[in-house]
Design a protein around this ligand. Sequence first.
Ligand code: NDP
Length: 331
Amino acid sequence: TQTILLKNRPEGRPTLSDFEFTSEDADLTISSGELLLESKYVSVDPYLRGRMSDAKSYVAPFELNKPIHSGVIAKVLESKNDQFSTGDYVSGMLDWKTKQVSKGDGLLKVDKNKAPLSAFLGVLGMTGLTAYCGLTQIGKPKVGETLIVSGAAGAVGSVVGQIGKILGLKVIGIAGSDEKVNMLKSKFGFDAAINYNTSTDMKADIAKAAPNGVDIYFDNVGGPISDAVLFSINKFARIVNCGAISVYNATELPKSISVQPFLVKNSALMQGFIVSNYEDKFPEAMKNLSTWLSEGKLTYTETIVEGFEKIPKAFIDLFDGKNTGKMVVKL
Ligand code: NDP
């Protein structure tokens, strides 16, 4: 069995030396109620950066010299648990290990006939649920409104924009390359998209793309991009604070403009959220996401990196925008 441990708490940008690989002949015999799992797809996610630090957050930090865990799709190699059979595929929060024994807690069966297995880490998994719940529950979209989404070509952002289109919004995306911007328009049906890396005036480019102003801002990145959006928000705008990847590696407090005057003068709402707050909405979200997928109204893309040893690099690459759609490691 191979395992990836957290060796150091990253200072600033994570590096490969923050991770340690171990290999051992672990005892993989299972007892009553247990399962033997083989990892097939491992999700790497920006939020894991937060768990690598020991600052107080909504989930406990990873422990040093212990396995890191994230969303994993695994195959059941052997089962002594009534809920699962040999050959089933499951998803759940599992260790970064090639094989592991589980009691089955928190695992869900996934149906590989319904969608490719990796989709259960993305569009039909945590990031799809995040997009759906954040947009519908906080964004509260109304037909004809304008939605702008940052991190738009990523796992959450690309689904947010497409749901926006399905719900009758005008959708603008912000992403980091021309290739991504073109894909947002051609593959995902966004009305407009802005490359923040080549824009010389984000405030002006946003105003131009959203001549009627912005009613909903789905924010995945924070920082200067989000500052620029504030200048275009409308009265009663909703700002959905989903993530702030631009500051996850910051070692100093970021210098942002003061949001309060923008919120006050526009009677705007800004709300942070964690997808797990909306568990009661998951059945509705899964039903809609699956239906839209099967009807071809929703599509997705993935960046699939192959090899267990590539997991740390794939994680670090999220901070360089190397992924389009969900970043997943295939074992
Ligand atoms: P993505 O697939 O969007 O991957 C991260 C993307 O962020 C990169 O591809 C890159 O795209 C962009 N990025 C990286 N650095 C910067 C930067 N400095 N400024 C602007 N953009 C940057 O990841 P996810 O879809 O999984 O997550 C998106 C956000 O949603 C994250 O902030 C994450 O923490 C958050 N999240 C929150 C959840 C919640 O419950 N609240 C649940 C899941 C995710 P580009 O090339 O465009 O720069």
